[in-house]
Design a protein around this ligand. Sequence first.
Ligand code: AMP
Ligand code: MG
Length: 344
Amino acid sequence: MSETRILSADEEEMEDAVREAANLLDAGEVVAVPTETVYGLAADAFNADAVAKVFAAKERPEFDPLIVHIASFKELEDVAAVPEDIAPVVKSLAGAFWPGPLTLVLPKTARVPDLVTSGLPTVAVRQSGNLIFRAIGKQLGRPIAAPSANRFGRISPTSASAVEKELGGRIPLIVDGGACRDGLESTIIAIEPREDKKPLIRILRAGPVTKEDLQKYGKVVIEKRITDRPDVPGQLESHYAPVTPLLMFAKPQDFVPEPGKKYGLLSYRGDPKAGYIDAHDWEVVEELSPGSGKLMEAAVRLFYVMRSLDEAGLDAIVAEPVSETGLGVAINDRLRRASAKPAD
Ligand code: AMP
Ligand code: MG
């Protein structure tokens, strides 16, 4: 593969872009597509050869399972065998959050190739709310397997140009749907029934749908960090990482600069009161939510800002944590994973 085409999906160009993408997917090709979370690298979920191309383009190890996207709630039964005891809560959650950034881990059907789930008996499913993505899925008429459209372990792309940097020359087409609305990967949950009680909802990956959002539907727990669960494929320690080392300090005093090194600051809101701004003579300071300190804005900008700091020629990026509430849990999770020592 040499040339990667980028097709705009703006207004009157959308129909052509959707048709082109669906045709390529139908023919067993991979296509980068926008979702409301991050850009995905899509393949026909029922075509194992096409799915293999996703792993190849991303250099993703085959023990890291993909998320399957359905175009309608009706399609759920094609990919998941929902156990009766959790069917009511699955229905309520889908009613409340689909289409949207919530992924459910459910027992898989035989139609889902083992490659998609890395051999697990479960499949991760969601329905994307992005209009372009939905139109492509509808036209294809089959579920779409789509992990984030970055090389393995790298920062997830939130724009078509970021996808081009990650996968240009490796895939035939990128559908440009503009910047992603949420900017963070979906929340992933598993559901366990409990006798005479609301079910247990385990958050396997924090994301745009927060613990607070889910509390109405069951007892919610945020699963322990990934290294504690080596049995769960895909829950890898190092992820979303820039090439430049990213350092995270709970307190600004913990940062001790090495002489002669160039440091940049990834600040939450650029507020000197947080103590980081004045902790060092930074080469560059990037703010996630300048001034107002809104977590939603910080989430949308996180990967964009990480990328721009990564390209700034620094020796290291120092990241200031955001408040550990609501969406902040997912943002801090990404920062922590970005700062983990890369796996060999
Ligand atoms: P990505 O699409 O790149 O955001 O990655 C999808 C992630 O979903 C994987 O890395 C896993 O962490 C998670 N995942 C996918 N399938 C399962 C599953 N069956 N059980 C638990 N986690 C899963
Ligand atoms: Mg990913």
